[in-house]
Design a protein around this ligand. Structure first.
Ligand code: ZN
Length: 187
């Protein structure tokens, strides 16, 4: 029987629905990706994760590993690619797991979904999810990578100052006022 980090697929799917709001196909695939990455982790107890997309996949990592956006062990490098890198943050040695388009060609429904060949209304979601469950990690590949130095070790945020305009604390490296008062906030 297939498992995702020692859970049955049903158990994992329940967790996904609770955390993410619905049974997102990308999150089920993401579960298999995390599982495969963990089985091929570089030596060493602690690892960090880089997720190469901001869509769906980060939630699989947050559900299945101690790495979260909040604790900084999960970083998003949004290249828009469905891939994840688990690495030792001392040495930079890591493993990158990605959705393999060549392998995906044997799974029509997943391929059509991933390549956005069908409108959402034309999608057969139960069939898609079934294909994903039965494919497991057969649609994934992985390779060894060396993560560049800027992602290693501990990052210092630098000094904190008080913005002369809004009076709130901000990182001094941003300039003589906070980026909000520089006009870059979304509100
Ligand atoms: Zn300010």
């Amino acid at each position: 029987m297939k498992t995702i980090c020692d859970m049955t697929i049903e158990e994992y799917t329940k967790k996904v629905s609770g955390f993410h709001g619905h049974e997102a196909p990308g999150l089920i695939i993401g579960g298999f990706m995390v599982d495969l990455a963990m089985k091929n982790l570089p030596a060493g107890e602690f690892f960090d994760v880089i997720c190469e997309t901001s869509t769906c996949l980060p939630d699989a990592i947050q559900l299945l590993t101690p790495c979260t956006i909040g604790n900084g062990w999960l970083k998003i490098f949004d290249a828009g690619k469905f891939a994840v890198v688990f690495y030792n943050k001392e040495t930079g040695e890591g493993v990158r797991v990605f959705l393999d388009i060549e392998k995906l060609k044997s799974y029509n429904e997943i391929y059509a979904w991933f390549m956005k060949l069908k409108k959402k209304s034309e999608q057969d979601k139960p069939l898609l999810l079934n294909e994903i469950r039965s494919a497991g990690d057969n649609i994934l590949s992985y390779s060894k990578v060396n993560v560049s130095e800027s992602f290693l070790g501990k990052k210092s945020k630098g000094q904190t100052g008080v913005c002369p305009i809004c009076g709130e604390a901000y990182p001094v490296k941003d300039g003589d006022k906070c980026i909000g008062c520089q006009g870059s906030m979304p509100y």
